[in-house]
Design a binder for this molecule. Structure first.
Ligand code: OGA
Ligand code: MN
Length: 287
């Protein structure tokens, strides 16, 4: 074991020690990182600057990187990097209602990344270039613990059910107005169905849901959405949540198979928040 994982207080999430900028990422290191991610759900690497090239290298060590749907948000030199920023190309901070801000505000809903894909991603790596002094934290919720402690009546509700996840739906329901998608674009993202209770390789189970969920398969839409909301509230109680307060150069890696996350609000049209993200594609369908 060459990496050390220092657990956060509530047994969810850990800080990584021993992964320096110049360390070569070999097979053993990747296996340790992957095991740490599966065990802790959220990993923090805090320290020196991480170059865009290194970020891509770290991501690639885990697997294929997803190229995200929005071409205008890709990093100019590394298309695998998604620039999540409230600073416009002209250098000014966004207006609250403009598409770039509305898109970012969409991540304020509890979600797991790319659950709208048939094979959703494995993990996301988010690197902080510039962060506000207040607000703009990221919260993570542990879906293993949430399922384990779900009240019996809700456990009964989720068992055996499947949820329909849809990018078209979640985009249309973004807080604020986004340009409608063209029929060609919509056709690229057909809705998919995933089990509400996810069974992982090691046999453990967690809830699998979030902001891309449009409804419960086979159930009346409104009735299903009410249940989804009720389960979400129970699953994101504070005892299952780690809130990350960002420092510049922080890299946070989260397991999208077993956690939910959301951005906390900040003064998006006054304070700068610049992040770089890579997303590691999944390999297995959700079971
Ligand atoms: C994301 C995301 C939240 C944040 O990058 O997938 O949801 O805190 N980001 O920026
Ligand atoms: Mn996200």
């Amino acid at each position: 074991m060459t990496l050390k994982f220092e657990q956060f207080d509530n047994q969810f999430g850990a800080r990584i020690h021993g992964l320096h900028e110049d360390r070569i990422i070999g097979q053993q290191l990747v296996e340790e990182l992957a095991a740490g991610l599966t065990e802790h759900g959220v990993l923090l690497m805090r320290g020196g600057e991480i170059s865009p090239r290194r970020l891509v290298e770290l991501g690639r060590a885990f697997g294929e990187l997803e190229i995200l749907p929005e071409p205008d948000k890709r990093h100019p030199d590394h298309p695998e990097i998604f620039d999540l920023t409230n600073v416009r190309k002209d250098g000014a901070v966004v207006d609250f209602e403009e598409p770039q801000a509305v898109f970012l505000r969409g991540t304020e809903r509890w979600h797991t990344d790319s659950s709208f894909r048939k094979v959703p991603c494995l993990c996301t790596m988010l690197y902080a270039v510039e962060v506000p002094d207040a607000g703009g934290e990221t919260q993570f919720a542990n879906m293993y613990a949430a399922l384990e402690q779900l009240p019996d009546d809700l456990r009964y509700v989720v068992n055996g059910k499947r949820l329909i996840h849809s990018y078209v739906y979640s985009r249309a329901n973004n807080p604020g107005r986004m340009d409608p998608m063209s029929p060609e674009e919509e056709a690229k993202y057909p809705a998919v169905s995933h089990p509400w209770v996810r069974t992982h390789k090691d046999g453990r189970q967690s809830l699998y849901m979030g902001g891309h969920v449009s409804h419960v398969e086979g159930m009346d839409l409104d009735e299903g959405r009410e249940l989804v909301e009720e389960v979400l509230v129970a699953a994101t109680k504070s005892e299952f949540v780690y809130e990350h307060h960002w420092a510049e150069n922080d890299l946070v890696i989260w397991d999208n198979r077993s956690t939910l996350h959301r951005l906390r609000p900040y003064e998006i049209s006054a304070r700068r928040r610049i992040m770089r993200r890579v997303t590691v594609a999944g390999v297995d369908p959700v079971r």
